[in-house]
Design a protein around this ligand. Sequence first.
Ligand code: ATP
Length: 310
Amino acid sequence: MIELVNLTKRFKQIEAVKNLNLFIERGEIIGLLGPNGAGKSTAISMLSTLVEPTSGDVLFENKSIVKNPSSFRKIVGIVPQEIALYEDLSAEENLYFFGRIYHLRGKKLKQKVDEVLEQIGLTDRRKDIVKKFSGGMKRRLNIGVAMLHDPEVIIMDEPTVGIDPQSRNYILETVKRLNQERKMTVLYTSHYMEEVELLCDRIYIMDKGNLIASGTKDEIKKILSNENTISIKADRFSEGFLTALREHPSVTSVTVGEKEVLVIVPRSVRMFSEVIQIAEKHGIELHSVDNKAPTLEDVFLHLTGRALRD
Ligand SMILES: Nc1ncnc2c1ncn2[C@@H]1O[C@H](COP(=O)(O)OP(=O)(O)OP(=O)(O)O)[C@@H](O)[C@H]1O
């Protein structure tokens, strides 16, 4: 349905997106994942026809939307990272305003506003001015604006940044519902691995303008099939203990959390008893040593040497 072909964007010195190739089939939820500055917003701005590529193309049904953006604009809804609402207007006044921009009028407009308010769970608050809304409610209304013209494709740029967990769940459920009930195709960008794991059929991972992995969740996790992640839990770890792990000849990497250390080793290596010995030597009281199923976060760490939210 949509294809990004060798898409590149250069801002003076910075190559924000480098030769990006990506496809989206009708009805899929695609996750575009990457840390801050990876190039996600720039990529989707090009896909949304808001930014012109330096080179490469975006195809919709095999036709360039860079050369001919108008037909694509009619079928795409964009949820920007920044909230784009009028704070002094009520929820429904905002929807009426943006609906008119989409050339909706009269009965049709009223019907769409009612429907969208229901979908985003703000029917009860429709008359309240946006200024009084929580961050999560504003985000929901932001999504509602993008849905007014019944888009076939919706592009969401980190729609859950900075909101409470309840609103976050609500948004994730809404995205799922739109996909299942209306067969809406979704491109969802985030730097929250768990959101993408929960929602998306296929995932593209970007870092520093490059695509570093793509595939289904299982395919991506298979990148780590030659490795094992060992989770070590304790109340505290000493520098000596961590250094001994880092310097161990079988250890590929060590990631230190507050009460958990993750150690990546080749799959063939068995080192539980050694970890226990090292802990004893350094006076560390262990709570547990376990094998951990790989997560997308582990894959990212493996590919870049950094955690996603660093
Ligand atoms: N208009 C611009 N002019 C100059 N540089 C830009 C511009 N827009 C983005 N960049 C740079 O391009 C790179 C990619 O930025 P982009 O916003 O696409 O990343 P991102 O993955 O969306 O990150 P975030 O999660 O922070 O939005 C960054 O180094 C950014 O500073």
